[in-house]
Design a protein around this ligand. Structure first.
Ligand SMILES: [Zn+2]
Length: 296
């Protein structure tokens, strides 16, 4: 059969149109800008505070694993088309990731700015997606590793009635700039908490808490799963929505220490609403965040 050239051209043109008009789900998208916030308690193998404290004997060992786990996320992001990657060191001193061991295609944001973005310092509306590595469950979660919320002084933080782990607070900050959280790696408990909060999110559980013990993946296996998971998440970015709550934002903060609850209640606009509870409301999310970080 002899093909009609005109028909063939038409077919090729319509095929191209289909390809151009439907950027397919699951394809790499060039030029993605990705923000990676890295905590340490949810890194593979970590089970004890000593391992995430600068003075701890095994701290250097685990900061290497932390850096490599971050690299796995970077490799995964690059495979999905990321060309600009910012890594935010978010744990303790914010000076844990080893700069020369970190993938050369990422820029590293170290230390605390003092501003309300905290673990999300550096995020703005120019980013396409947020990735969380090494994250842990909120204060009071059973069978979770080193669970807490920001400092040991917080029993709970809720905004508009939603009790939040750090991942939830940080997702709200990203959502403020219309950036969705696409992926989280950490212990099983935080993976479950973010699925409950956000609905769609790709997660990799690197360990399962059994009381304060943990059953861990091998770090190499964890890295493989993180790399593949980040690629999958970023290739399907249309699935994820920026995490938002409706203003006004009412934060209820429950604290443990007598002196901090006393001073938190004196914060301009704050009200003492219980023996260990302070409430603060604003239409501006960043004002709420600033109050939160100042109060505890
Ligand atoms: Zn931490």
């Amino acid at each position: 059969m002899k093909r009609n050239v005109g028909m063939k051209r038409l077919m090729v043109t319509s095929l191209l149109l289909v390809l151009v008009s439907t950027p397919a789900l699951g394809q790499a998208r060039q030029g993605l800008k990705v923000f990676i916030s890295v905590d340490m308690e949810g890194i593979t193998g970590v089970v004890n505070w000593e391992e995430v404290s600068r003075t701890g004997k095994d701290y250097d060992y685990f900061r290497r694993i932390m850096t490599r786990e971050t690299n796995a996320a970077i490799e995964g992001a690059m495979a999905a088309g990321a060309t600009e990657i910012v890594v935010r060191d978010s744990h303790g001193s914010a000076r844990n990731i080893l700069p020369d061991l970190l993938h050369r295609n990422a820029r590293l944001l170290r230390d605390w700015s003092g501003g309300p973005k905290s673990m999300m310092e550096g995020i703005d509306e120019t980013f396409d997606a947020v990735i969380f590595i090494g994250y842990h469950a909120k204060a009071g979660t059973p069978d979770a590793l080193l669970e807490h919320t920001m400092s040991g002084n917080i029993t709970d933080i809720s905004i508009n009635g939603v009790s939040l782990p750090e991942a939830g607070v940080n997702a709200l900050i990203a959502g403020h700039y219309n950036v969705p959280v696409a992926f989280l790696a950490g212990d099983r408990a935080i993976c479950e908490q973010v699925k409950d909060l956000f609905g769609e999110i790709e997660t990799v559980s690197v360990k399962e808490g059994i009381g304060s013990a943990a059953l861990n993946l091998h770090p190499e296996v964890a890295r493989e799963r993180i790399e593949a998971g980040v690629t999958r998440a970023l290739r399907n970015l249309d699935r994820y929505r920026p995490y938002k709550l409706r203003p006004p934002y009412t934060m209820v903060l429950r604290l443990k220490e007598e002196t901090t609850i006393y001073s938190a209640a004196l914060y301009p606009g704050a009200r003492r609403t219980g023996d260990w509870e302070v409430t603060f409301t604003s239409d501006d999310l960043m004002e709420v965040m600033l109050a939160f970080y100042t109060m505890h």
